[in-house]
Design a protein around this ligand. Sequence first.
Ligand code: ZN
Length: 451
Amino acid sequence: MNSLLLTGGRVIDPANNFDSPADVLILNGKISAVGKKLAAPAGVETFEAKGKIVAPGLIDLHVHFREPGQTAKENIASGTAAAARGGFTSVVCMPNTAPAIDNAGTVALIRERAEREGVVNVFITGAISKGIAGEEMAPIGGLQKAGVVAVTDDGHCVQNNEIMRRACEYAKMCGLPLMDHCQDYSLVTEGVMHEGYWNVALGLRGWPSAGEEMIVARNILLAELTGARIHCQHLSAAGSVKLIREAKKRGVSISGEACPHHFTLTDAAVAGSEKFWAGDGRGLAAAQGPNLPQWPAYDTYFKMNPPLRSAADREAIIEGLADGTIEILCSDHAPHCGYEKEVEFDYAPFGITGLETELALSLMQLLHSGRLPLADLLAKYTVNPARLLNLSKGTLAVGADGDVTVIDPDREWVFTPAESASKSKNSPFFGWKLKGRAVATIVAGKVAWSL
Ligand SMILES: [Zn+2]
């Protein structure tokens, strides 16, 4: 059944500046009509969306599904199930699998697996360098022919500027954007958390903001030099936002994305819940009620790359989202097994899961806080990532794919490990009171998940 009539919702389609009560009719997997009082053709079921937001299917352009090679952490079946629960109809997989997605054969393997086992659309990125080793360019033309939507060495960062320059030229020639995990290895060295007050207090090695800003600046210069489209991934530092804001004013083809953990938490969280709620978390505590979520100091669920930064950085990210400097929201969903995280902070892998909490955290930190209107927030999950990657997604225009997310922005809920569809449970947000969530995820006219 690839047809459905959604009735009575508030339809928000940022791609068409549409925001009005309306019905949405999907026929044979495509949007057939958007308007008032539509009638369901014979045999087409009705989905009652009264009091809800009906949006184009959400896109997360930054997820790690660990297939092939690390399927104890996640695979395409479990990863796409988590995506559907989070309200996402499309995801974009990063290529740091084992082996890396640096050749057409691996792209074909994942496409085939995604078609068979995925419950949402899966798009694939290819590596910039062979084996994501940063030493020799991957066959970008072949990757493009195999169907990748961008190239990135995410998890790693090409340090050699000459190789990055050539990759920019190739990617531009192939019509592909480059996405970059911005990390200068010589500055960051063995850093495990933000370099500031708390890493000194806790005795952990620092990962300075300049380690990110240095590569953001490099990317701006290379985008100007080559005309390539460069997208800076998971921005965490105030200086990065400033650099991108200034470059965009000059018309440079540069863009950025932000993840909810970077605009919700700060490095104080690594010192434990008591320090966080008494300091940087004060503004968030009221929403949690009297029983504040608790965690110990050195909790590895608060270790990610780039790291949680200062309250000033968190505010700069929100400001960048509010003024349009940062156009895209995403999770950097990075599953890891429990035993991998249950080690000393220094030895734990970087990363947290995020697909099932990112919409709620974005709504809380941006919409409910009064910083961003709902349509602008939804654009960062729909039309903006679709434009960057040239996907024919992210809109409810007639004829578009029938991907729809139904959202209750005011629904209160608590995230628990039992209800997570991910194979991994490395989220710092278990036990948090969240506000807003998807209630149905519809892919090509079919309900992939509903509450
Ligand atoms: Zn990354």
